[in-house]
Design a protein around this ligand. Structure first.
Ligand code: FE2
Length: 472
């Protein structure tokens, strides 16, 4: 199906130096098609990379106020036998279907104020499903921070529909599940805003049904994007990014105006023991904001080491809204959290900005050695930090290319941390095409061993998952 309301970009259009065309709406949806491969795809790499991101910047000629409002699309790159096939398809949310049937925008902050208030009064909103992908029991779901997960078909990428997992999810499932490898399970959360606000905690086990673990009261409605899990705790850093409730209810202004940065309130550290879910430890520290966590582990003395990307404030939200090159400071940090003594010590691990930190999934929730991340540059880079010896390994992209989150794919049959490939969806501004680059996880500096190219661009993506082909 073609996104007919979008105008196709001219291939002869001059390339702006900042690569902003990577934010443009998708121009074509399609099922799996052969991709052009540069280099040699490793023969042992068999599976599919699914990624999600805001993929329509406008609808029927009306621009969204922020990419967080834009309709999501799933891109998929299937690799086997040294060949690659790619697919791209919009998430057909109920809201988008209604809008297409009506031939006009029905939701969002761009509507005339009467429509927005009517939507607010009726509790109507669109689940844009545009942020990440959850894999659970061979099912795949597009995630959106403030609504239910939307299931899609792994083969056709067609939308199956939103789900509350049989009544388990009362309101929303955030964009960031976290596995604990040794527990063979995934944990997840959703922020619920009502007269009182809560963090709903969920478990998505490898076998058996999803279940709700507990609901932790929040002091106020806040933007809460991510958390982290260890073998014994779930850890939240609740930044003072308050939801402006009245503005949100009345849907006034641009998306970033729905939040207020209240540094005087500090950041609340919430540590939920897995064996005592109703008795979280919580205390407040100096204010900071974070989008993403890398990993965490129990240090054995009652303290927890937590790696996360720290921002001084909420400025990142405006930068993302302007689709500007992100120049805000985002530093990988390690915090030592002592829930019993209510202490929080934190230090920067890198002197440059980064985002989308990832670890070898076999080390999720346990002590680990390597963290992979994207550095915004310029030039953009994928880098690996060795926590043991402090060394860095880096692939710097050419000035005309942009990277995305590095996805770590363990080599089949191996057990050693870092014995893996790293896959990243890249954008080439000269050709206005996107592709998936495959790197040796322990030798990024050598550059990609292969890149599989779409014949078009993939609008910027945030997060994704790798599904091994022989997974059972
Ligand atoms: Fe995220």
């Amino acid at each position: 199906m073609v996104a007919a309301q979008q105008s196709a970009p001219s291939p002869n259009r001059a390339r702006p130096p900042d690569g902003r065309r990577r934010y443009e709406s998708l121009t074509r949806e399609h099922g799996f098609e052969a991709m052009r491969v540069e280099g040699a795809l490793p023969p042992e790499l068999r599976g599919t990379l699914y990624r999600n991101g805001p993929s329509l910047t406008s609808l029927f000629g009306v621009d969204y106020t922020h990419p967080f409002e834009a309709d999501g699309a799933i891109s998929a790159v299937r690799i086997a036998g040294g060949r690659a096939e790619g697919a791209l398809r919009l998430i057909e949310s109920e809201g988008l279907r209604e809008e297409r049937a009506a031939g006009r925008m029905l939701y969002g902050l761009r509507l005339p104020w009467r429509h927005r208030i009517l939507n607010a009064l009726r509790g109507r909103r669109k689940n844009a499903a545009n942020t990440s992908v959850l894999r659970w029991q061979e099912r795949l779901f597009a995630l959106f921070e403030v609504d239910l997960a939307t299931e899609f078909d792994p083969e056709t990428l067609t939308t199956i529909g939103a789900t509350d997992f049989g009544g388990v999810v009362p309101s929303a499932m955030s964009a960031h599940p976290h596995a604990v490898a040794s527990l063979n399970t995934q944990f997840h959360f959703g922020a619920r805003y009502s007269r009182e606000s809560f963090i709903d905690l969920f478990e998505l086990p490898t076998r058996g049904p999803a279940r709700r673990l507990a609901s932790v009261p929040l002091k106020a409605p806040v933007m809460l994007h991510d958390f982290i899990a260890t073998e014994r705790h779930l850890v939240f850093f609740v930044s003072p990014a308050r939801v402006r409730v009245l503005r949100a209810l009345l849907q006034l202004g641009h998306l970033e105006q729905l939040f207020a940065w209240r540094p005087e309130l500090g950041t609340e550290i919430v540590v939920v023991p897995l064996n005592d879910l109703d008795r979280p430890r919580r205390f407040t520290v100096d204010p900071f904001f974070q989008f993403h966590f890398a990993n965490a582990f129990e240090r054995g003395d009652g303290t927890i080491a937590v790696d996360y990307v720290r921002y001084p404030d909420l400025g990142i939200l405006r930068a993302l809204g302007q689709q500007a090159e992100v120049t805000v400071q985002s530093r990988l940090h390690r915090a030592i959290v002592d829930p019993a003594r209510e202490s929080f010590e934190t230090r920067a691990l890198l002197g440059e900005s980064c985002e989308f930190p990832q670890v070898d999934p076999r080390r999720a929730g346990a002590r680990w050695r390597y963290t992979w991340m994207q550095a915004p540059g310029p030039p953009q880079a994928i880098l690996r930090l060795d926590h043991e010896d402090g060394t860095e390994d880096r692939w710097s992209l050419p000035a005309t290319r942009w990277a995305s989150e590095p996805v770590v794919v363990p080599r089949p049959g191996s057990t050693r941390e870092g014995d893996a490939h790293v896959l990243t969806l890249i954008y080439d501004a000269e050709t206005h095409q996107s592709g998936v680059s495959v790197l040796d996880a322990m030798n990024l500096a050598a550059g990609p061993v292969a890149t599989a190219w779409f014949d078009h661009h993939i609008p910027t993506t945030y997060h994704g998952v790798w599904v091994p082909r022989d997974a059972g």
